[in-house]
Write a protein of this length. Structure first.
Length: 434
């Protein structure tokens, strides 16, 4: 059977499983094992099923995933978010739409310790949305801003998405984590400028600012930033200087978060136990999806789908910019129907060989993909961050309001992606300087 048709048949099987509500990790794994059974025989299929999950789970690169999750859980459960929100509010309160800007800036900074978009979106919804509603902000826009700014945790290290990308492609974990810093800052700035423009164009987005803080009050709040800066320095600074290998950086960050919370007197045994349980639950779900995706990648390799696809693309002779444009369209489409991790583990094994054949910088491409996954996290109707926000709002807004409110932020993200493609040094400078 033609390799391209065989691969397409595999994707159709996954969609059928998903339509019946089968978890995506199980759908990927089942399709892969069945395909391998037919393609290379039952013996090789069972050997792959036996060895790959163990080898993947034993990977030193993946050990940082639960550690980054634990670090974010401890930080979000011990008052760091409230302190950060208050700090940003004091410094940005003079601007119209200040609470939207506060949420964006605070989410970007908190992304430096959380690594999870859902955690970001959930905790900021509970803190920021009631304040926005109380001050007369448009609820749908406020909730959309929280969901969109929560995606910054995908890009700003410690990014779990970059770690999984590195495991799939063999890229350096350390370089990918560093590659997200400047694009993360750029995205934050684009969001802030976009909000500043929109609140003047659409008066119902936000009222005129009323709160004012003195310079003394502003500077008095800066000390609240030290826990996050300390953790960011431990993790990213250690990777950049070479003092901490990427596989150990997560452990350093998790221990640092626990020690800082304990020193502040904010970490009880019950809170730590809750953080550990949540970390185990989230890690389990992530690993099932990653293992399923890697099994499916083995199936596509076994039937020569990937090599046939690369040959087809080379024959058509796409330019790299046309290819990147097609990838953007593909991810915008997939983001409407699939969650971000599923998109990553299904598509990257296909796209990575094509990227190399077209001569596109692999670090730059990784950043573009993660930016597109940010959009997928807030793309109706499946955007996971939108549902995280909705679940935390206690019915203060409707899903329709949230869908309408998020559209400008998707435009902001597309602007940021365009700038990154035009100025690739934003993604490659820090990794190249290691």
């Amino acid at each position: 059977m033609d390799p391209i048709l065989t691969g397409i048949a595999g994707f159709v099987c996954i969609l059928v499983f998903a339509a019946f509500g089968v978890p995506i990790g199980i759908a990927l794994g089942t399709t892969a094992v069945a395909g391998l059974w037919l393609a290379v025989g039952p013996k090789m299929a069972l050997i792959t099923l036996k060895t790959l999950p163990y080898a993947l789970s034993a990977s030193y690169d993946l050990v940082v995933v639960p550690m980054f999750i634990l670090m974010g859980m401890v930080a979000s459960s011990t008052g760091v978010v409230s302190d950060l929100y208050d700090l940003m509010n004091r410094w940005l309160s003079r601007f119209r739409g200040s609470l939207l800007m506060v949420c964006t800036a605070a989410s970007a900074v908190f992304g430096a310790v959380s690594g999870s978009t859902v955690v970001n979106a959930t905790v900021f919804t509970r803190i920021a949305l009631p304040e926005m509603v109380r001050h007369g902000y448009k609820p749908g826009v406020g909730a959309a801003a929280i969901g969109a700014s929560g995606t910054l945790a995908t890009l700003i290290p410690p990014s779990i998405t970059f770690v999984i990308y590195a495991v799939i492609t063999g890229e350096s974990v350390g370089k990918l984590l560093l590659a997200g810093i400047l694009p993360g800052i750029l995205t934050t700035v684009v969001y802030l400028l976009g909000i500043a423009v929109c609140v003047r164009l659409f008066k119902d987005w936000a009222p005129e600012p009323t709160a004012r803080y003195s310079w003394k009050e502003k500077f008095a709040s800066i000390h609240r930033l030290w826990p996050i800066m300390a953790l960011f320095t431990l993790v990213v600074g250690g990777i950049y200087t070479g003092l901490t290998p990427p596989s150990a950086a997560g452990g350093v960050g998790a221990v640092g978060a626990i020690l800082i919370a304990a020193i502040q007197g904010r970490l009880s045994p019950a809170t730590l136990w809750t953080c550990l349980k949540q970390t185990i639950e989230i890690t389990g779900v992530l690993f099932v999806i990653v293992v399923g995706g890697m099994l499916f990648s083995r199936f596509l390799t076994a039937v020569d789908f990937i090599s046939a696809l690369v040959a087809l693309i080379e024959q058509i002779d796409f330019g790299k910019y046309v290819f990147l444009f097609m990838v953007v369209l593909l991810y915008l489409f997939l983001g409407m129907f699939m969650d971000t991790l599923s998109i990553l583990v299904v598509t990257i094994p296909l796209l990575a060989p094509i990227v190399e054949s077209l001569g596109i910088n692999t670090i730059l491409f990784a950043v573009i993909i993660v930016k597109l996954l940010e959009i997928a996290a807030v793309s109706p109707p499946v955007g996971i961050n939108l549902f995280a926000v909705l679940a935390a709002t206690d019915q203060q807004i409707t899903l329709g309001e949230l869908y309408r409110g998020v559209f400008p932020f998707i435009v902001f993200d597309l602007i940021a992606i365009t700038l990154i493609i035009i100025f690739p040094m934003l993604a490659t400078w820090l990794p190249d300087s290691m």
